[in-house]
Design a protein around this ligand. Structure first.
Ligand code: FES
Length: 173
């Protein structure tokens, strides 16, 4: 019984020590919010608006090479001829995508026959009429689509990206 009481006492001391450590942890946690707020702000992606072309420069189903949000991120600007998901411009048919395959970064090529972007690496295919949805292959992510805006003069601006561009931990420049 004496031994049992000693164990209870040890347990009580450990419990109290845990309480002290918990209180210290809580005090430390009160220091973190500012730090966490900074981490949150670092994670927020702010995209520069970048003029890509003018509506008048585009021909239906002929891809135009672009880069966005920087020179290391190749993409394609397309006028598809019919209104599509995420399409802008007077006909709602202008879209833009990254051409870096989300699987291992091979450069995609455009197939005007079915309006898909295709990977020569492991044959992933992405539907340009469906927001870059992957329809086949090894990639595990849809194609990053660039968010576009057209101003009153017909200038087309990219202002964001809806998926992570291949090879980046974030889309921050
Ligand atoms: Fe495109 Fe593998 S790199 S499917």
């Amino acid at each position: 019984m004496k031994k049992c009481n000693r164990l209870v006492e040890v347990g009580r001391r450990q419990f109290l020590r845990g309480g002290v450590m918990g209180a210290a942890g809580a005090a430390a946690a009160t220091v973190f919010p500012a730090h966490q707020a900074q981490a949150r702000s670092l994670a927020r992606v702010e995209y520069p608006a970048d003029r890509l072309a003018n509506v008048a420069d585009l021909v239906v189903n002929e891809p135009m090479d672009i880069t966005y949000p920087d020179e290391d991120s190749p993409g394609v600007l397309l006028k598809l001829g019919t209104a599509v998901q995420g399409g802008v411009g007077p006909d709602g048919d202008i879209v833009a995508y990254s051409v870096l395959c989300p699987h291992k970064g091979w450069l995609l090529t455009y197939n005007p026959g079915d309006m898909t972007l295709n990977c020569p690496g492991h044959f992933s295919r992405f539907d340009c009429e469906a927001g870059g949805q992957q329809t086949w292959g090894h990639a595990t992510q849809n194609l990053p689509q660039f968010e576009l805006r057209v101003d009153d003069g017909g200038d087309i601006y990219a202002e964001g990206v809806d998926e992570l561009i291949y090879g980046r931990l974030s889309n921050v420049i």
